[in-house]
Design a protein around this ligand. Structure first.
Ligand SMILES: Nc1nc2c(ncn2[C@@H]2O[C@H](COP(=O)(O)OP(=O)(O)O)[C@@H](O)[C@H]2O)c(=O)[nH]1
Ligand SMILES: [Mg+2]
Length: 356
C-alpha cells in the first residue's frame, strides 16, 4: 500500500515522514519549490507477528509493508488551475493520502499563511483537492463534448454514461463534497480510473503539534480520520533504540509511537486487515480488504494458490495462542477446513490447500 504525504510547505511533511519511516531526510524551513518525492517502505508493526515468530522460530519473519511518499510542493491555489502534471501524478499514484497540517508554533519557521491555524489549513487543503478535481472533471467533460458525436454506437453510449457520471460528480464537488463521500459503483470507479481524482482517495489528516501540545486543544477536529502527532518529537524518538524510545514516550505521555498509530488509522480507514501464514521457514503477515474470500486471499500469496484453491486450513490467532501450539490445535481438532465461500477474518492463520 502506498500513502502519499501532502500539505502546505513547512507544515512538517518531511518531519512526519521521518517519524513514520525512521528516515533521516533533511527538513528545511525554506522549501526549494522543486518537486521532490522521498519514498520509504516500513514494516507494519504487529505484535501478533512477533508472537507467532516466537512460537514457530521460522528462518524468516516478514511483516506487511507500507510505502510512504513524502510529496513536496502543494501550495494554496494549486487546485484552481489544476495541480500540474508531475505533481498530480505523484499524488495520484497513492492509494491513500495523509494530509499534514501545522499546529506547532515556531517563529523561525515561516508559515505560508503567516499564522498557525490547523483547522483552517485542513479545510483549505481539502478544498484544494476538490477544486483540482473540478478542473480535472471539467477538462474531461470538454473533451467528451468534442468526441461524443464520433465513434461507434457502443462508444457513444459509453461516453454518454461517462458524461452523466461526471456531471453527477461535478454537482457534488460544486457543493464541496469530496468524492470519497459519494456513492460510486465499482463499474463507475473503473470509468474514473485514469483521471487522478484526488478527493476520491481516502484521506488521513495529521495535525502536526509542538512538543508540549495538548491533544484536547484539537478536540473539535478529532475523528476517526484525524490524528495528532508531535512530529518533531516523534521524528527524534524514531531514531532511538527501543529502550530509549520507550522511556521518551513514557516521559511525554505518548502511549504508542506515531508510526504504529498512523498505520492503524490507515488500515481502519481503508478497511484493511491481516491474515498470517506460519511454518518453520516463514511467518508472514498479508494484507487484504475486509470481506475477502479465502481463494482471493490465497491469490495474494500466489496466483497458483488461487487458481488451484481447494480449501484453507484455518485457525484464529487468539485460539492458536490459547492452545499454545499447532500440534495442540491439531490434536483437539481446532483447525477448521474452510472452502471457497469463507470470508477471511482479521488474524486468521491460513494454510492453503491447492492443486494445479
Ligand atoms: N518546533 C517544531 N518545528 C517543527 C515541527 N515539525 C517540523 N518542524 C520544523 O519546521 C520546518 C519545516 O519542516 P518540514 O518537515 O521540512 O516541512 P515540509 O516542508 O512540510 O516538509 C523544519 O525546520 C522543521 O524542523 C514541530 O513539531 N515543532
Ligand atoms: Mg519537505
Amino acid at each position: 500500500m502506498e500513502i502519499g504525504i501532502i500539505g502546505l510547505p513547512n507544515s512538517g511533511k518531511t518531519t512526519i515522514f521521518n517519524a513514520l519511516t525512521r528516515s533521516q531526510t533533511a527538513t528545511t524551513a525554506f522549501s526549494s519549490g522543486q518537486l521532490e518525492v522521498h519514498t520509504a517502505v516500513v514494516d507494519v508493526p504487529d505484535e501478533r507477528v512477533d508472537r507467532l515468530s516466537a512460537m514457530f522460530h521460522p528462518k524468516r519473519t516478514i511483516y506487511a509493508q507500507v510505502t510512504y511518499n513524502d510529496i513536496a510542493g502543494l501550495g494554496k491555489g494549486a487546485g484552481k488551475t489544476g495541480i500540474s502534471g508531475p505533481l498530480l501524478n505523484a499524488i495520484a499514484a497513492n492509494e491513500a493520502l495523509l494530509l499534514v497540517a501545522r499546529a506547532f508554533e515556531d517563529e523561525s519557521v515561516p508559515h505560508p499563511e503567516d499564522t498557525v491555524d490547523a483547522a483552517r489549513d485542513l479545510m483549505m487543503m481539502e478544498s484544494e483537492l476538490i477544486l483540482n478535481d473540478m478542473t480535472t472533471v471539467d477538462r474531461r467533460l470538454e473533451r467528451l463534448q468534442g468526441m461524443k458525436h464520433r465513434g461507434t454506437p457502443e462508444e457513444r453510449k459509453r461516453m454518454a454514461q461517462e458524461e452523466e457520471l461526471l456531471q453527477r460528480l461535478m454537482a457534488k464537488l460544486d457543493a464541496e463534497i469530496p468524492l470519497r463521500e459519494v456513492a460510486i459503483s465499482d463499474e463507475e470507479r473503473k470509468m474514473l480510473g485514469g483521471f487522478g481524482l484526488l478527493s476520491l482517495k481516502p484521506l488521513l489528516r495529521v495535525i502536526n503539534a509542538g512538543d508540549d501540545a495538548d491533544e484536547t486543544a484539537f478536540a473539535d477536529l478529532l475523528d476517526n480520520r484525524t490524528l495528532v502527532l508531535r512530529g518533531k518529537l516523534e521524528a527524534e524518538i524514531a531514531q532511538m533504540d527501543p529502550d530509549e524510545a520507550a522511556e521518551f514516550l513514557a516521559d511525554f505521555g505518548i502511549d504508542e509511537p506515531g508510526l504504529n498509530r498512523a498505520i492503524r488509522f490507515c488500515y481502519d480507514m481503508l478497511g484493511l486487515e491481516s491474515f498470517f501464514t506460519v511454518g518453520e521457514d516463514e511467518v508472514r503477515a498479508w494484507t487484504v480488504r475486509r470481506g475477502t474470500l479465502a481463494p482471493e486471499a490465497a491469490g495474494v500469496i500466489h496466483s497458483d494458490l488461487q487458481k488451484g484453491f481447494i480449501r484453507a486450513e484455518t485457525i484464529a490467532y487468539s485460539e492458536l495462542m490459547a492452545l499454545g501450539s499447532m500440534a495442540e490445535a491439531r490434536k483437539h481438532g481446532k483447525l477448521r477446513l474452510e472452502g471457497k465461500e469463507y470470508v477471511v477474518q482479521d488474524g486468521d492463520i491460513l494454510n492453503i490447500r491447492f492443486n494445479l
